[in-house]
Ligand binder design. Structure first.
Ligand SMILES: O=C(O)CCC(=O)C(=O)O
Ligand SMILES: [Mn+2]
Length: 202
């Protein structure tokens, strides 16, 4: 990791409260980012999962998998992903993420967006298993995609382009008041992988 300074955006939560969104733009060098992108693309057993929404089974528009330090599984939208063991490169990356963000994480949800048609809809990372005020960090690799945030009440929007080798940290409180997404785009785009760091409680 390189020691770049983060850009800090203060996101209003309530009229009296705010929480920080930290963005390290070139957190990893291009060389390291290329290496991790290659190894993650090749070595992760990418799952094509389906979830049930409004009684219908829908294939999620991306590939994914879940890694856990303690082998805990991760459940969202009633889909349960068994916790895989971190490979060595992921363990090293995790140490660096913890050091830079000064947060503790014990699991990583990895997402693979094959092209601009792959996406993730509006949601918050607010599963009970993450506790009440989780911090969530993510490392982005590959094609640049827009990370959009929308306040649940005011509908205010914030847009952060996430480039190859960037690190993002959503501080505690953001999941309660804001949603985020990676929208579909008609632009021809190469693949993107995100590794999203979470802490499962108990
Ligand atoms: O791909 C991203 O940057 C966002 C991923 C995300 O929001 C999630 O995994 O919950
Ligand atoms: Mn999320």
């Amino acid at each position: 990791m390189e020691s770049t300074r983060p850009t800090v955006t203060m996101l209003p939560l309530t009229s009296t409260n705010e929480a920080a969104l930290f963005h390290w733009r070139n957190w990893l060098s291009d060389f390291t980012s290329d290496q991790i992108l290659e190894i993650a693309t090749q070595q992760i057993a990418w799952r094509k999962d389906s979830i049930k929404m409004f009684g219908k089974t829908i294939q999620i528009p991306r590939l994914q998998n879940w890694f856990s330090e303690s082998g805990q599984s991760y459940t969202y939208s009633r889909l349960s992903l068994p916790g895989l063991e971190y490979p060595e490169w992921m363990n090293n990356l995790s140490q660096d993420v913890k050091k830079t963000t000064q947060n503790d994480f014990n699991g990583i949800l990895v997402n693979y967006y094959r092209n601009g048609s792959d996406s993730m809809g509006w949601h918050a990372d607010d599963e009970n298993s993450l506790g009440s005020k989780p911090a969530v960090a993510s490392v982005s690799l590959g094609a640049e995609r827009n990370f959009q945030l929308r306040h649940k009440g005011t509908k205010d929007r914030v847009n952060i382009p996430l480039s190859h080798g960037s690190l993002l940290l959503m501080c505690p409180g953001i999941q309660e008041y804001w949603q985020h997404r990676i929208a579909k785009t008609k632009d021809f785009l190469k693949p993107r992988i995100s590794l999203t760091f979470r802490k499962l409680v108990n």
